[in-house]
Design a protein around this ligand. Structure first.
Ligand SMILES: Cc1ncc(COP(=O)(O)O)c(C=O)c1O
Length: 437
């Protein structure tokens, strides 16, 4: 294990002072001890990509090992007596820990795209006679593709809300004014993200939900970048439908199951398109006729992935213990610091900030752009041990994952970025085609 290198040669005292302040911020951080519960193989790495894939909690290794050895290994098929309801149990945990949702409305299951598809089809079937679906142009590709396919196969008109700036910018925000230009009585479904995956804009989800509901349409939220960073209040804001990933701020591991949420109010009104045996009233009676179970279980299709669910459980138990209020405040402090360092160090080097500055309009990640963004992002990893991710056409995205990340790690990462660009060392970097950015 290598120690954090003291490579930073500070050019003047003001920045020195700030570094001390950053260390003090870590000392005062009430969530500080959570970092010790994560595997940090190399202390020199500045990991600022926790909104793509969170770090691994140490307890995940123990939990999964114990599941394999003590449950699957010993009980074999007999284990199902204990595992059969785990998608609901872990769903309830996610609801309580991170969504402000009471029990019986969340299922931890399948992937985000599958959950978006299932809920979107269910929603349009629940609004017969209405012919339009709204989605924003800057939404995540997988959501757009899934919704396009639904519109095609159900003979609906897909209407794009034009909020995409090709250079990435805070214009991605879905304001009530913008939405109002598209919303009419022919809209069955609106599907948006709470936090925009590129620009990091936090949309006013409570106000949007209210507006959409008032027009008689259904609202479906992709919460992938909000869950575990924004202090979501689904019950209080009468949120109807939502889905999200767990492997970002939930730290549940690559490809771990996502979740879907259907409010108590909508559960009897909605019917998902894939009918599976886990949704039936009397599952092991193997009935001829599908009779749907009441409640959230009626939205489950298949056998729950128990190994992945255990990793989700570890991640969300940690979130529950830390509390979303404290987590959200730390996220905001992290992005406050990023913006401060951007102003001080990066703007003079030709970077632009594509995330809103106001606290009320952002949360856990920011994106900065630079004409050489692709080269810089690659050089950061390869030459400087700093992990951001890169989003076309020129955006470098940094997140502050509040449980495993320290303010010092963030500060160090940004100072290495400053030094990299100031020195021009990134210029010789070749932009290699990669399957993953
Ligand atoms: C906002 C958003 N939506 C959807 C997805 C796709 O999730 P999945 O691959 O689990 O379907 C991602 C993945 O990163 C995402 O960030």
């Amino acid at each position: 294990m290598r120690r954090l290198q003291n490579v930073l040669i500070l050019p003047h005292t003001l920045i020195n002072m700030n570094r001390d302040e950053v260390l003090e911020t870590d000392n005062q951080d009430q969530l500080r001890s959570f970092r010790e519960r994560f595997v940090v193989e190399d202390e020199d790495v500045c990991y600022l990509d926790g909104n793509s894939l969170g770090r691994m909690p140490k307890r995940t290794v123990e939990e999964i090992n114990s599941l394999l050895v003590n449950e699957w290994g010993k009980k074999m098929v007999g284990g199902w007596a204990d595992w059969i309801d785990e998608a609901e149990q872990v769903g309830n945990l996610i609801g309580e820990a991170a969504l402000g949702a009471s029990a019986g409305q969340t299922l931890a299951i399948d992937t985000n795209t599958i959950n978006i598809y299932q809920l979107a089809v269910a929603a349009i079937k629940a609004r017969p006679g209405r012919k339009k679906i709204l989605i924003d142009r800057a939404n995540f590709p997988s959501d757009r593709y899934a919704i396009e396919a639904i519109a095609e196969s159900h003979g609906m008109e897909l209407v794009y809300i034009e909020n995409e700036d090709p250079t990435i910018s805070p214009q991605e925000e879905l304001t009530l004014d913008l939405l109002g230009r598209y919303l009419d009585d022919d809209v069955a479904l609106v599907t948006l993200q709470i936090v925009q995956y590129r620009s990091g804009v936090l949309n006013d989800y409570a106000a949007i939900e209210k507006m959409v509901r008032a027009r008689g349409a259904l609202m479906l939220w992709d919460c992938s970048h909000a869950v575990g960073s924004v202090d979501l209040q689904f019950d209080k804001n009468e949120i109807g439908l939502a889905a999200g990933c767990t492997y970002k701020y939930g730290n549940s591991g690559p490809g771990a199951p996502g979740w879907l949420y259907v409010s108590h109010k909508l559960q009897s009104e909605l019917d998902v398109p894939i009918r599976g045996w886990f949704a039936t009233k009397n599952q092991f009676a193997m009935e001829r006729i599908f009779e749907r179970e009441d409640g959230i279980r009626g939205f489950q299709i298949s056998t729950p992935p128990i190994i992945g669910l255990r990793a989700v459980k570890v991640g969300f138990e940690m979130i529950k213990e830390a509390g979303m209020k404290a987590i959200n405040e730390k996220c905001l402090k992290g992005t406050d610091l990023m913006i401060e360092l951007f102003d001080q160090w990066l703007e003079p080097l030709g970077f632009s900030l594509a995330t809103p500055r106001e606290r009320s309009r952002r949360c856990g990640h920011i994106i900065i752009t630079h004409p050489d963004g692709a080269k810089i992002a690659r050089a950061l990893r390869e030459l400087k041990n700093v992990y951001p991710d890169y989003r076309e056409p020129n955006g470098i995205r940094f997140s502050f994952s509040p449980l495993p990340t320290s303010f010092t790690e963030l500060y160090e990462g940004f100072s290495r970025l400053r030094d990299l660009v100031a020195s021009g060392d990134y210029k010789n970097m070749k932009v290699v085609e990669s399957k993953v950015t």
